[in-house]
Design a protein around this ligand. Structure first.
Ligand code: SAH
Length: 206
């Protein structure tokens, strides 16, 4: 998976590749799908949600440019797979999931794996986590109709926000960086995610 899907497509950060080699992806999918855990596509994780394709997880984390010292906010814990990778690559991880059953399953496995630098809470992540802000990195793993201003406001100086933005069938991955001169926004290319549902995301559940 790491060699053919991630390195071959141009991601070379050695710390990131090492983290992907270390975290066992099959533990984050249900038993019946474990034989497909390392394939080049997303998989269902229940409640109509998916664990993202490995390369997409790598692309998003790579865009955060982590060095190991970061306080990170993740919105959309889902299976907890990306959360575990962030725990390997940053210092302090805060993750928000709106579906309680997914959050509980992720918390159980992350605890079992010994990721004590992770805090998961249940709720609408589109508000961010003001009490823990500012963040060096914010990663949103569900597609938003636009970039929530409230999340930009929770970035530290130099902080990066990575978020898919578009309609419900296709989005573009954006990176917003807080610089001394203001916010810099880059488009990293097309992608497809489930909907970010909440006050500053999609208001309807369809
Ligand atoms: N990184 C996860 C992706 C899961 S899919 C993984 O690889 O497993 C996206 C997740 O975002 C879903 O679990 C969905 O329930 C969650 N989500 C959608 N809107 C949300 C919101 N407003 N706040 C928190 N989580 C949200």
């Amino acid at each position: 998976m790491v060699k053919d899907q991630i390195e071959a497509r141009g991601i070379h950060d050695p710390r990131l590749l090492e983290a992907f080699r270390k975290v066992p992806r099959h533990l984050f999918v249900e038993e019946a799908l474990q034989n497909q855990a390392y394939e080049d596509y997303p998989l269902p994780i229940g409640d109509g949600q998916t664990i993202s394709q490995p390369y997409m997880v790598a692309l998003m984390i790579d865009a955060l440019q982590l060095t190991g010292k970061e306080k990170i906010l993740e919105i959309g814990t889902g299976s907890g797979y990306q959360t575990a990778l962030l725990a390997e690559l940053g210092e302090e991880i805060y993750s928000i999931e709106r579906i309680p059953s997914l959050a509980h399953r992720a918390i159980t496995i992350l605890n079992r794996m010994g990721y004590y630098n992770v805090t998961v809470k249940i709720g609408d992540g589109t508000f961010g986590w003001p009490e823990k802000a500012p963040f060096d990195a914010i990663i949103v793993s569900a597609g938003a109709p636009d970039i929530p201003e409230i999340l930009k406001g929770q970035l530290a100086e130099g902080g990066r926000l990575v978020i898919p933005v578009g309609n419900s069938s296709v989005q573009n991955l954006f990176r917003v960086t807080r610089t001394p001169e203001g916010f810099k926004t880059e488009n990293l290319g097309a992608c497809t995610f489930v909907k970010l549902i909440g006050r500053y995301g999609w208001r309807n559940h369809a």
